[in-house]
Design a protein around this ligand. Structure first.
Ligand SMILES: NC(=O)c1ccc[n+]([C@@H]2O[C@H](COP(=O)([O-])OP(=O)(O)OC[C@H]3O[C@@H](n4cnc5c(N)ncnc54)[C@H](O)[C@@H]3O)[C@@H](O)[C@H]2O)c1
Ligand SMILES: [Zn+2]
Length: 359
């Protein structure tokens, strides 16, 4: 199977192709391109006789300080305004490459080849780049979509289990937010982690078509696209407090469960809608596939999680901004008063959620 579609953006449309083997075919056709690659692929590219600039996929590299070295290296390789950048890697390489592509000689065209499941099902479309500044994650960035996204599901075969779970959780979150059809289709693919590449192609396509709706209707994150932050305020707090030992998608899954526990803890409504319960059950099954996080969660400092929760840039000065669910089971943006009672309920929600997965 192969699939392709276009994503509309303010800077023009770009194509997305999902096909096993597409990356190697593209490599053979390429000339005048500078490749920025996750160092994980150094042996594979060397074997294919392709030279590239290799980058360790760590959060430190997503920084203003790390950029000049990469930029200078591109210049040494002769990159000029007509050079096309090709980025091969997960979200870290994507963020670095999109950022550099947007500023190098005031902007280069670039092609993105996502290699983590999370990047394949989620971050590869949307056009955002995010760079960390000091201890602030994703504080600065640009909108600079690639000219094409080439998704080769075969590249996902080498991913460890936590990376697979991480991607699947972002995918189910997007599909849940999009609505019943996308959500049911995702669950009907029985997204087992050992899925063959055909199933994987369908899971990726379903998730990206759902995300396409959000980014086309709200490219700059003002309304509908904000719903995709479901689970992220708690999730980023858990991810950060664990010093990234809990991978992003798994932290988001835990974050969604925290948001639901917070919702349940408030006396407004005692029962979550059936589709929300299906989501919670599914997330629980996914998170339990990674028992290694138990020790990390047991050591997590709840107060630090709460401090990080409160420092989220989406909150206002008087109110927290949270994505919760309404009585129909749809995600909604809610503003919640910052007061001692609410903070205690938030802490309780994090505690009851994490304790289920901690040793
Ligand atoms: N720009 C966006 O829209 C956006 C959206 C979501 C997340 N992000 C960012 O993405 C980053 C997380 O990215 P990620 O989760 O995709 O992973 P990653 O880029 O952090 O990579 C995770 C690990 O997997 C390895 N890896 C990559 N591909 C592999 C493969 N095919 N086989 C085996 N190992 C492989 C990497 O070397 C690394 O060790 C975060 O910094 C996050 O902020 C950006
Ligand atoms: Zn995310």
């Amino acid at each position: 199977m192969s699939a392709s579609f276009e994503v509309l953006s303010s800077t023009g449309s770009y194509s997305v192709m999902i096909e096993s083997g597409v990356f190697l075919r593209y490599l053979r056709e390429m000339s005048n391109a500078v490749i920025l690659s996750d160092s994980f692929f150094a042996p594979a590219l060397a074997a294919a006789g392709v030279s590239a600039t290799f980058i360790e996929a760590t959060e430190n590299i997503k920084s203003l300080e790390a950029s000049p070295k990469i930029i200078e290296n591109m210049r040494r390789l002769g990159a000029n305004r007509r050079t096309e950048l090709v980025a091969l890697g997960g979200g870290i390489i994507q963020d670095v490459s999109a950022f550099i592509a947007s500023i190098y000689m005031r902007g280069l065209k670039w092609t993105y080849v996502p290699t983590t499941l999370l990047a394949m099902v989620d971050s590869c479309i949307g056009g955002k780049s995010s760079i960390n500044v000091g201890s602030y994650k994703n504080l600065v960035g640009t909108f600079h979509p690639p000219v094409r996204v080439l998704i080769d599901p075969e590249l996902a075969q080498t991913l460890p289990i936590d990376q697979r779970v991480s991607g699947m959780i972002e995918a189910v979150k997007i599909c849940f937010c999009r609505g019943a059809e996308a959500f049911d289709r995702h669950l009907s693919h029985l997204p087992e982690l050992e899925t063959n590449t055909v199933d994987l192609e369908e899971i990726i396509l379903n998730s990206l078509l759902a995300k396409k709706w959000f980014i086309e209707i709200d490219e700059f994150d003002k309304n509908e696209r904000l719903l995709l932050n479901f689970g992220h305020t708690f999730g980023h707090a858990i991810e950060g407090a664990s010093h990234y030992a809990v991978s992003h998608g798994i932290a988001v899954g835990l974050g969604i469960l925290c948001a639901l526990a917070f919702e349940e803890g408030r006396s407004i409504r005692c029962q979550l809608a059936p589709r929300v319960q299906r989501l919670a059950t599914h997330l629980d099954e996914m998170i339990r596939k990674v028992p290694e996080i138990a020790g990390v969660l047991a050591d997590l400092d709840l107060d630090e999680v709460l401090v990080r929760f409160e420092s989220d840039k989406k909150h206002g000065s008087e109110r927290f901004t949270l994505i919760l669910v309404n009585e129909h089971g749809e995600p909604v943006i809610r503003q919640i008063e910052k007061c001692a009672a609410i903070k205690s309920e938030l802490k309780q929600a994090v505690h009851t959620t994490l304790v289920r997965y901690a040793r």
